[in-house]
Design a protein around this ligand. Structure first.
Ligand code: NSS
Length: 429
């Protein structure tokens, strides 16, 4: 019976054949232990010399790391094994004998691993991270579909910027200037006026010269946008959404979280509601703790970590100064110097995972912002139209996928959370 490692549990005591790669191997004169992987999981195959044909044991002894093979064997339950099963090997057929594999079971430096990212992805740790990433994406679609949102796809090639012009990727669009999307938000606002509640999921690009463990040049963002919803309504959606994703990962990625040695007790209580503090209070809190920061400055990673440490759930920091936030954010009606916005800071030092706000819905105020931010009325004419024809209160947010993967996996650096990271000095592989 041909099957996969993930399905061996259905064949205990039976003989199965699996297409696999040899991840690692230990052998003596009498027995060989093959660590096998097939993409669906990992399992140990045991080859006992006295119990197999001579050539089978010879193949097992000579098999090189990452060779591809068809393995035939009897499935046994094995409590000690992380997969719960073991294979007593009867037959081995080589598909392709791998040349000397560069990533050996010994320790390698990060740069070396990054240079071999196309191969590094095969490791147990990277496999687990990609599975968690997939579960976040899957549960995201599930959450928004269950809650009446429609998935809408904003363009990647754009003429106007959403998040300021300092980190735009410029390209030519035939004779015109174009930019790679920094955020689908402006288009999602148009979509919300057509479909009510919408969400997007796609790549976004920021030519950020910052080399930190939280910044990628190309990252994926989930951007919901909701008509007739104020900032408070949006915060509720955000905490429900993040709780849903965390609980889905806990329920459906047990093996992966174990492989990553993630302390899941820290994730179990991530359930809405989340605490909220105002920007004003956050500044005061930091100053009281001896940080050098004054009102009007943006938070750096150490500030975010210091604030997050005070809470055991993600924390919303609300109502930032208008001067350090994007042009489209709606001012607080009670206080013109701050805007109706929030960043959601993940616990355990993983930093900001969401940025969101209520959007300006008044045409005149938007025109004024265009002037203040030097935005051309031509390029943003269509965006102004949304304030001319049936403007409504509306809010939305963007969740950075890779930072969320890093948090849930307990990964130090976002470079491990995307299959092929684009970093300041890295375009290959
Ligand atoms: O710039 S954001 O704070 N907000 C926006 O782009 C809004 N237009 C979203 C919206 O309201 N629709 O980015 C949102 C999130 C942020 O919290 C991070 O989690 C993530 O996107 N982000 C990044 N992740 C990785 N690398 C980089 N460079 C990065 N920049 C933002």
């Amino acid at each position: 019976m041909k099957t996969t490692i993930s399905n061996v549990g259905n064949y205990v005591g039976e003989s199965v054949t699996i297409g696999a790669w040899l991840a690692n191997k230990r052998s003596s004169g009498k027995i060989a232990f093959l660590q096998l992987r097939d993409g669906t999981g990992f399992i140990q195959g045991v080859v006992v010399k006295a119990e197999v044909e001579e050539d089978v044991f010879k193949i097992a002894k000579e098999l090189t790391q990452e060779s591809s093979i068809y393995v035939t064997g009897v499935v046994r339950e094995d409590e000690r094994s992380p997969s719960g099963y073991e294979l007593t090997v009867q037959g081995l057929e080589i598909i392709h004998a791998a040349k000397e594999y560069p990533i050996t079971p010994k320790e390698h430096g990060t740069e070396f691993l990054m240079d071999h990212r196309h191969l590094w992805l095969r490791s147990k740790r990277q496999h687990a991270i990609m599975k968690v990433r997939n579960e976040i994406i899957r549960s995201t679609y599930e959450f928004f579909n269950q809650n009446g949102f429609t998935k809408v796809d904003p363009p990647i090639l754009t003429g106007s910027s959403a998040e300021g012009t300092t980190n735009l990727f410029h390209t030519k669009y035939f004779d015109e200037d174009a930019y790679l999307s920094q955020s689908g938000q402006l288009y999602m606002e148009a979509a919300a006026m057509a479909l009510g509640k919408v969400f997007s999921f796609g790549p976004t690009f920021r030519a950020e010269k910052s080399k930190t463990r939280r910044h990628l040049i190309e990252f994926w963002m989930i951007e919901p946008e909701m008509a007739f919803m104020d900032h408070e309504d949006s915060l509720k959606v955000q905490e429900d959404y993040v709780s849903y994703v965390v609980q889905a990962v806990l329920a459906n990625c047990k093996k992966e979280l174990a492989a990553l040695e993630r302390d899941t007790s820290k994730l179990e209580n991530i359930v809405a509601p989340f605490p909220r503090i105002s920007y004003d209070d956050a500044i005061e809190m930091l100053q009281n703790d001896g940080h050098e920061i004054s009102w009007g400055e943006d938070f750096g990673a150490p500030h975010e970590t210091a604030i997050a440490e005070k809470f055991d759930k993600p924390v919303f920091i609300t109502n930032y100064p208008a001067s350090i936030k994007a042009f489209y954010m709606k001012p607080d009606p009670n206080r013109e110097d701050v805007v109706l916005c929030a960043d959601l800071i993940a616990p355990e030092g993983y930093g900001e995972i969401i940025g969101g706000s209520q959007r300006i819905d008044d045409e005149e105020l938007m025109k004024q912002r265009y002037k203040e931010h030097n935005l051309s009325e031509d390029a943003y004419q269509w965006y102004l139209d949304l304030r001319k024809y049936g403007s409504v209160p509306h809010s939305g947010f963007g969740l950075g996928l890779e930072r969320t993967v890093a948090w849930l996996c307990g990964a130090e650096h976002v470079r491990e959370t995307i299959p092929f990271p684009r970093l300041l000095n890295r375009l290959y592989p």
